[in-house]
Design a binder for this molecule. Structure first.
Ligand SMILES: [Zn+2]
Length: 134
């Protein structure tokens, strides 16, 4: 059996409780999907996925409960937003490949700063020097 863990929407701070297995390690909750992660709906068998895709206030599953609480954390993007806001956000689990933790590369980091060339392509091998690629 799982146990409830609380997360908050990075857009509006709306707090959701998700019941899940304890062996999964959380990496982050972000307003965008991480490159290379596969997300499942909370109603699906997300414990076999890399993370969970929520729609703020709308995702509905037996293990999901939206609370009336709004987080006042500093990294909530838009605390003034009506809550729940109905936007997408993503819970990512820690992922391992060949025994090493896979680092996520945020999309905004794909731009090469100070380089002469164009930004890196978004192909599967994008992300210079990222672990997990050879
Ligand atoms: Zn929200």
């Amino acid at each position: 059996m799982g146990f409830p863990v609380s997360y908050y929407c990075p857009h509006c701070g709306s707090v959701v409780e998700l019941e899940r297995d304890g062996y999964l390690a959380d990496k982050s909750v972000t307003p965008y999907p991480l490159e290379g992660w596969e997300y499942a709906d909370p109603a699906d068998d997300f414990e076999g996925a890399d993370g969970v895709h929520f729609v703020c206030g709308e995702s509905d599953a037996s293990g999901v409960s939206w609370t009336d609480v709004e987080s006042d954390a500093d990294d909530v993007e838009n605390p003034g937003l009506a809550s729940p806001c109905g936007r997408d956000f993503y819970l990512s689990f820690v992922k391992y490949e060949d025994g090493r933790e896979v680092e996520a590369v945020p999309e905004s980091d794909y731009v090469v700063i100070g380089g002469q060339g164009p930004p890196s392509p978004r192909g599967p091998n994008a992300g210079p020097g990222g672990p997990g690629y050879f």
